[in-house]
Design a binder for this molecule. Sequence first.
Ligand code: SF4
Length: 114
Amino acid sequence: MNGEFPVRFSPHNAKLSRRRFLKLTAAGLVAVPAARVAMAQNAEKVDVNSDAAKALDYHDDASKVTNPKRKKDQFCHNCQFYQGKPADASAPCTVFGGKQVANKGWCATWTAKT
Ligand code: SF4
């Protein structure tokens, strides 16, 4: 993988379901190894207007999310895919191929840290 979001989007799969995405992630088809993410501390930010961001309803400011799935205490900084400290303004996200996401962001793949 080259750091780009590895799932190709088309009109046929633009509505990639959260369940399918999680299955792909669990199967290792879209996840980025942790070591690679660790090297991506200076990676580019996720473009909120990209197909990948839109498919997962990513926002860099969770207060602007209208998705009814989001609970008010859900942010990137408390998601298991966030590879930084909660106080970091941004950090790599494994779901987005190691690109930086905002600590106050959110997407439909949010999963509580365990
Ligand atoms: Fe990544 Fe989690 Fe933020 Fe979604 S909510 S962009 S999976 S850190």
